[in-house]
Design a protein around this ligand. Structure first.
Ligand SMILES: Cc1ncc(COP(=O)(O)O)c(C=O)c1O
Length: 218
């Protein structure tokens, strides 16, 4: 059995002192522009320490080629283009600093929003979170939707990551193998809200979000 790590939201995060991306047989990163390390267009990378998997991946990324123009397996065109690679190379040295800023913003939210009828993200022992998102959970869908509208009416726009779980997507209904009914996943998708989270947010802006949430009638 192989362990595939989805690191799309976890550049720089750690688990028991090890970098996310170093734990799986295959580790997949997204460099979509909003990610902690983001390009200016689509991009991604796969990391592995397994030579056989590496060779296979190198073939799949380029039409299944073993040698130029000779496809020996089903492949795709999935090369990271050079402009995106150059942007990512320039941004990589700033990743830790940007993650630290995300952590500072998260600590303000965690401190200021405690005591409200909101479930806040919990940090598990041995985990270093890099807060790609700051997701809160409300009592039910009605409260979640009202809070989202209230914040939007006050120029604070929040998104839901994600509103429809995979097993409820029209194309995947009854096609995803699951251990059970995934009731908790379905409930979460109705009750979660992602608060503004990006390194450029100022403390004043974070506190504006906090004040608005505190003034909301739960
Ligand atoms: C957890 C997770 N996995 C995978 C992806 C897919 O990334 P991409 O669209 O760059 O392939 C995303 C994108 O948002 C994600 O959040």
């Amino acid at each position: 059995m192989k362990f595939i790590e989805d690191c799309a939201q976890a550049h720089g995060a750690k688990y028991q002192g090890k970098n996310i991306g170093s734990l799986g047989d295959i580790s997949c990163f997204s460099f979509y522009p909003t990610k902690n390390l983001g390009a200016i267009g689509d991009g991604g990378a796969v990391a592995t320490n397994d030579a056989a998997i590496f060779e296979k991946l190198m073939q799949i990324r380029e039409y299944g080629w073993k040698d130029k123009y000779i496809s020996i397996r089903q492949g795709v065109n999935s090369r990271l283009d050079e402009v995106q690679a150059a942007i990512l190379k320039a941004k990589l040295p700033h990743l830790n600093k940007m993650n630290q800023r995300r952590q500072e913003i998260a600590s303000i939210y965690l401190k200021e929003l405690s005591g409200l009828p909101i479930t806040l993200p919990q940090l598990k022992v041995g985990c270093e979170h890099v807060y790609h998102l700051f997701v809160i959970r409300l009592k039910n869908k009605a409260v979640r939707d009202q809070l989202k509208t209230y914040l939007a009416d006050n120029q604070v726009h929040c998104l839901i990551h994600y509103p429809v779980p995979i097993h409820e997507q029209p194309n995947y209904l009854n096609k995803v193998r699951t251990a059970g009914e995934l009731k908790e996943t379905s409930a979460l998708s109705q009750e979660i809200l992602s608060l503004p989270m990006y390194p450029e947010l100022t403390n004043e802006e974070v506190l504006k979000v906090v004040d608005l949430i505190k003034s909301f009638k739960f």
